[in-house]
Design a binder for this molecule. Structure first.
Ligand SMILES: NC(=O)c1ccc[n+]([C@@H]2O[C@H](COP(=O)([O-])OP(=O)(O)OC[C@H]3O[C@@H](n4cnc5c(N)ncnc54)[C@H](OP(=O)(O)O)[C@@H]3O)[C@@H](O)[C@H]2O)c1
Length: 260
């Protein structure tokens, strides 16, 4: 299986991004960890270095395109990158709060805008040397779920973007990987009060992510027992049936999957 030499990961201060940094470092990859909370990145870098890895922290807000481009370009200038992973993301936990439109645009700015900027910076940085650009999208992008309209839309949009870009990049040395996890135990899902089928440990999810990136598959979904039935049902269920099924769930108080 492929081993990455040097990876830049956004969303590295917490949850899945943090666990992926640890998984990569354990496999010998040099890690450039990016997120806004510099204190948490510092803790991570110290932990990785104590285990013998090479790591650095770059405080970064992915909603600033210039900052993203600068972070990726300077990490690559320091020694060629062969993996860029757009892991930064936010969920919606209070759909009833006022000004939903503004909150939706803010979420799209991170989950879609930040991911697109990171993807394009990664493609540019590795255009000659080659490499892998991955995104943590979600199985939630498969269909619209009540309580998570903005989140589902952001993940569907980035998956569709990646699908198109994969075709455009055919024959070039950069591979794009769309990672679509189900429910993973992280600070993002901790507030959820509805059933989360097949909830996974973050270490398991990180391992499957890194294995999928190394295999260079165009789409990586896990867990399979949630991924494939969801994709089959989502593909064949007409919109009216989908709406009735999910409306019943929402009325029972199970609407509002902020994640998955
Ligand atoms: N947990 C799940 O069940 C699940 C399932 C499918 C997909 N995902 C996706 O996996 C990714 C990681 O989620 P998680 O569950 O690990 O959540 P998490 O623990 O809340 O981590 C989110 C990460 O994103 C970073 N982030 C948020 N806004 C940012 C911004 N503007 N600029 C830079 N970094 C930002 C956070 O860092 P700072 O706050 O320090 O900036 C944090 O490191 C997300 O894209 C999420 O949508 C998660």
């Amino acid at each position: 299986m492929k081993t990455f030499r040097k990876a830049l990961v956004t969303g590295a201060s917490s949850g899945l991004g943090r666990a992926i940094c640890k998984e990569l470092a354990a496999r010998g990859t040099e890690v450039v960890a990016c997120a806004r909370r510099a204190d948490l990145l510092g803790d991570l870098v110290r932990e990785l270095e104590a285990a013998g890895a090479t790591a650095s922290a770059v405080p970064l807000d992915v909603t600033s395109p210039d900052a993203v481009r600068e972070a990726v370009a300077s990490a690559a200038a320091d020694g060629p990158l062969d993996l860029v992973l757009a892991g930064a993301g936010v969920a919606e936990h209070s759909v009833e709060a006022p000004d939903r439109a503004t909150r939706t645009l803010r979420l799209l700015d991170v989950n879609l805008g930040g991911a697109v900027t990171t993807v394009e910076a990664g493609i540019d940085a590795m255009a000659q040397s080659g490499g892998t650009v991955g995104v943590l999208s979600s199985l939630a992008g498969t269909r619209g779920l009540p309580g998570a309209a903005a989140y589902c839309a952001s993940k569907a949009a980035i998956s569709t973007y990646l699908e198109a870009r994969q075709i455009e990049l055919a024959g070039r040395p950069v591979r794009l990987v769309d990672v679509q996890p189900g429910f993973v135990k992280t600070p993002m899902t901790a507030p959820n009060r509805f059933p989360m089928p097949f909830l996974m440990d973050v270490e398991d999810a990180a391992r499957r992510t890194v294995e999928g990136l190394a295999a260079g598959r165009s789409v990586v979904t896990y867990p399979r027992r949630l991924g494939w039935p969801l994709r089959v049902v989502a593909r064949v269920a007409p919109r009216g049936l989908w709406r009735r099924l999910l409306a019943q769930e929402a009325q029972r108080g199970n609407g509002g999957p902020a994640e998955g």
